[in-house]
Design a binder for this molecule. Sequence first.
Ligand SMILES: *[C@@H]1O[C@H](CO)[C@@H](O)[C@H](O)[C@H]1NC(C)=O
Ligand SMILES: *[C@@H]1O[C@H](CO)[C@@H](O)[C@H](O)[C@H]1NC(C)=O
Ligand SMILES: *[C@@H]1O[C@H](CO)[C@@H](O)[C@H](O)[C@H]1NC(C)=O
Ligand SMILES: *[C@@H]1O[C@H](CO)[C@@H](O)[C@H](O)[C@H]1NC(C)=O
Ligand SMILES: *[C@@H]1O[C@H](CO)[C@@H](O)[C@H](O)[C@H]1NC(C)=O
Ligand SMILES: *[C@@H]1O[C@H](CO)[C@@H](O)[C@H](O)[C@H]1NC(C)=O
Ligand SMILES: *[C@@H]1O[C@H](CO)[C@@H](O)[C@H](O)[C@H]1NC(C)=O
Length: 765
Amino acid sequence: MERSGTWFKFSAAFFCYLMIVSASLLFRAASVNSEYLIGVGSYDITGPAADVNMMGYAMSGQNAAGIHFRLRSRAFIIAEAATTSSEAKRIAYVNLDACMGSQAVTLSVLSRLKQRYGDLYNEQNVAISGIHTHSGPGGYLQYVIYIITALGFVRQSFDALVDGIETSIVQAHENLKPGAIYLNKDVLLHANINRSPNAYLNNPLAERNRYQYDVDKDMLLLKFVDGTGAAVGALNWFAVHGTSMNNSNLLISGDNKGAASRFMEDWFAKGQIKSSLIREGRAADVNASNSKSTGGSSNTKLSSERNRLRSSTTQSTHFVAAFAQTSSGDVSPNTLGAFCTDTGLPCDFNQSTCDGRNELCIARGPGYPDMFLSTKIIAERQFQKAVDLFEKAQVKLSGRIDYRQTYLNITGVTVSLSPSGTISLPNMTTCPAALGFSFAAGTTDGPGAFDFKQGDNQGNPFWRLVGSALKPPTPQQISCQQPKPILLDTGEITAPSPWAVKCLHLQNSIVPIQILQLGQLIILSVPGEFTTMAGRRLREAITATLVEQGYSTNIEVVISGLTNTYSQYVTTFEEYQVQRYEGASTLYGPHTLSAYIQEMKRLAIALAGGSSVDPGPTPPYLVDQLVGFLPGVVVDSTPAGINFGDVKQDVPQNASYTAGDVVEAVFWSACPRNDLFTNATFSSVEQQSTNGNWIPVFDDEDWELRFLWSRPSSLSPQSFATIRWEIPTMAAPGIYRLRHFGAAKPLIGSSLNYFSGTSLTFTVS
Ligand SMILES: *[C@@H]1O[C@H](CO)[C@@H](O)[C@H](O)[C@H]1NC(C)=O
Ligand SMILES: *[C@@H]1O[C@H](CO)[C@@H](O)[C@H](O)[C@H]1NC(C)=O
Ligand SMILES: *[C@@H]1O[C@H](CO)[C@@H](O)[C@H](O)[C@H]1NC(C)=O
Ligand SMILES: *[C@@H]1O[C@H](CO)[C@@H](O)[C@H](O)[C@H]1NC(C)=O
Ligand SMILES: *[C@@H]1O[C@H](CO)[C@@H](O)[C@H](O)[C@H]1NC(C)=O
Ligand SMILES: *[C@@H]1O[C@H](CO)[C@@H](O)[C@H](O)[C@H]1NC(C)=O
Ligand SMILES: *[C@@H]1O[C@H](CO)[C@@H](O)[C@H](O)[C@H]1NC(C)=O
C-alpha cells in the first residue's frame, strides 16, 4: 500500500467505500489523504537518586543511592488529519520508565493538559502506562499500601513524573505533522518465562492446549514515520516483568525495558547520521590544559546541562523508542528459573520454597549471577527484535481514531459472565480490596520482602499509622474473597477515627479502563498486571465482541498494562484458586477478571456503535491529604580544607586502559536530592579533542557510566559520589577524564551551591 498517485488514491477510496458498505464501522471516518498527524516527545523523569525507597519490591532499605541510567517519559500523539479540527480525534499514549501508572500522577497531568489545551487531551484519550521497572524511586502513588515502604508520599518523585510527562506530551503536541504508522508482530523467544507455572496449570486443559507457551511470546510493534517516510519513533508491547535488577539494587534504572529504549534510540541516532552523532557532543565548559584533577570548582547548573549529550532540540536526533508493558503478571525475565540459594537445586514447584522457606528461592536471569548482565541480555533481546520488526514493518494502519473510557467502582460489580465455560457459580460479584497471605511471601523475583502484616505493630512509622486503621475482615468479605486467606483487608476500613476513614485510602475502589482505536489496532488500557491467560481471555473476548459488531477479523488487540492507575494483579478464576502471589494480589476477588471483561466489552460495544458511555464515579485526588515521613536534607558538608567536588580517590596517574576495563574516581559530594539535575547529568566522561577542548562523550543516560552515591554513615552530612565507567568498545582511543556535578545545601539559606569535580586524565588505547 505504498504506491502513490491517482491509481492509489482511487483504489484506496474504493477500498474504503467497500469497507464502509460491506463490513463495518471500522474505517468510517477514513478518507483518502486523511491518514494521521504524528508527534513524538521524550523527557527526563528521573526522581530523587538518594534515600527514597524503590517502587516495586516494597523492600525496606532498598533506597536509591545513585543512577545507573536515567528514566524517561516517552509520548506519542496520533491525530486524525481531518480538515475540520473539531471532528478530528486524537490519542496520546505515554510510556513511562516507572513501575506503573499512578492515579495521582495521571490526574495531575490531565489537569495540567487542561490548563494548556482545554479539552483536547482528557481522561478519555490519554493513556499513561508504566514499563514496570522495580528500580525507580517510589512514593508517587496516592493509595497508601503502595507507599508504606517509601515512608509515605514523596513529593519529589511525584513532581519529577508529572513535570516530565507533561513536557514529553507538550513536545509531541508541538511536533505533530503528517505521517503514517506501520504495524509488525513476531515471536520473541528466550526473553520471558512463567514464574507461577503451577497456577497457570490450573487453567482448563482445553484452553491451555490452544497455546504453545505458558507466557505470551509476541512482540507487537508500531513504526512511526513522517510525511517524507523518515522514521520518528517506535512503540512496542512485550510481556515481561521489570525485575532483571533484583531487590538489592540501589541504582535508578529502567531495567530491561528502559535499557532497550536507550539502546534502540542510540542505534537509530548512529545509523541515521553516520558520524556517531550521539558522541559528537558540545565543547565542555572547562578547558583543562594539563592532567591535574580540578576538584572543587564552584559552578552553575549550566555546566551540568552542557555535559548532557542527547539534546532533544534537533529533529534529526529526536527518535523515540518505547518498550511498553502488557500482560506480564506472571511473566519473569529471569529465564533460567528459580533455585534455592542454599542447595542450588530448583525450588519446590508448587510453593516456590526451599525446605518450606520462600526467602531462599530466587530466580536467575540469563546473566546469573550478575543482574546487570541479565538486564542487558533481556534488554538486548527485546531491542534486537524491535529493530527487526521496525525494519520490516509494512502493514499500514488505516482508519479511524476513537476511544471510550470509564471509571469503574471495581469493588461492587455484579458479574453475569461465568469465568470459563465449565464453571457456574451463584453469587458472582467483585469484592472490596484485600490482600492474601501469599502477598507477603512475594515472588521468586523478589521473595518475602514485605515488612508489614496485619497485627504488626513494629515496622516503620508510616506502617504504624496505617496498621492502626486495619481491622479483621467481615464474614461477607471472607466469603466474597474465598479461597483467599485474607492478610490485609485494605478495602474495608473501619478505622479508629473519622480522620483515618477519610484520609487513609489504602487501596483503590475506583479504577479507569479504556479502549483506544488506531485504525485496525485496538489498545486496551488496564489498571494493573494481567497474567498471561487473563490477558488472553480479555483480548479474545474483545476481539470477538468487535467482530460481532462488524469489525474486520484482521484487527489486532493489544493490552496496555499498568496504565493510568495501579491496582495490582488480575488472574483467571482458576489461577486465583491456587493463591500464589498473583492470586493473593488479585484485590477484588475471584471474579475480578470477569468483571473487567464484562466492562471492557461494554466499552467495545459503545466504540463500535458510536454511542457514549457513562463516565462512572470520579476517582479521588488524594495528594493534598497524603503525608510523608522521609526527612529532608538538612545540610551538606565536607571536612575542613576540602571542597565539594574535590577528588577523594582519583584514577591512577598516567593510567592507560583498554575496552572492557573499569575506571572510577570518587568525589566529595552532596545529597542528589538537592537538585535532581533533570535534563542534566551528575556524571560525565569527557574526551580531549585535537585542539585541547574537552568534549562530553558519556553521561547519566549511558549504560556504561554509573553514578554511585554514598554516605560514610547514615546521619552524616558528608557524602561521596563514585563515577564509574566501564569502557566500551565504541570508545575511541584518546585522552579522557571523569567529571561529577552536584549541588550542596547550606545550613542557612535556600540557594544551593553548585559544584563540579574532575579526575586526572587517563588514556584509552
Ligand atoms: C577552550 O579553549 C579553546 C582554546 O583556547 C577555545 O578556543 C575554546 O573556546 C575554549 N572552550 C570553552 C568552552 O571555553
Ligand atoms: C533540556 O536541555 C536542552 C539543552 O541540553 C535544552 O535545549 C532544552 O530546552 C531543555 N529542556 C527543557 C524542557 O528545559
Ligand atoms: C503440585 O500440586 C499438584 C496439585 O496439588 C499436584 O498434583 C502435583 O503433584 C504437585 N507437583 C509437584 C511437583 O509437587
Ligand atoms: C542480586 O544480584 C547480585 C549480583 O548482581 C547478587 O550479588 C545478589 O545476591 C542478588 N540478590 C538477590 C536478592 O537476588
Ligand atoms: C463502590 O461499590 C461498593 C459496593 O457496592 C459501595 O459500598 C461503595 O460505596 C462504592 N464506592 C463508591 C466510591 O461509589
Ligand atoms: C449467595 O447469596 C445469598 C443471598 O445473598 C446467600 O444467602 C448465600 O450464602 C450466598 N452464597 C455464597 C456461596 O456466597
Ligand atoms: C607520568 O608521565 C609523566 C610524563 O610521561 C612522567 O614525567 C611521570 O613521572 C609519570 N608519573 C608516574 C607516576 O608514572
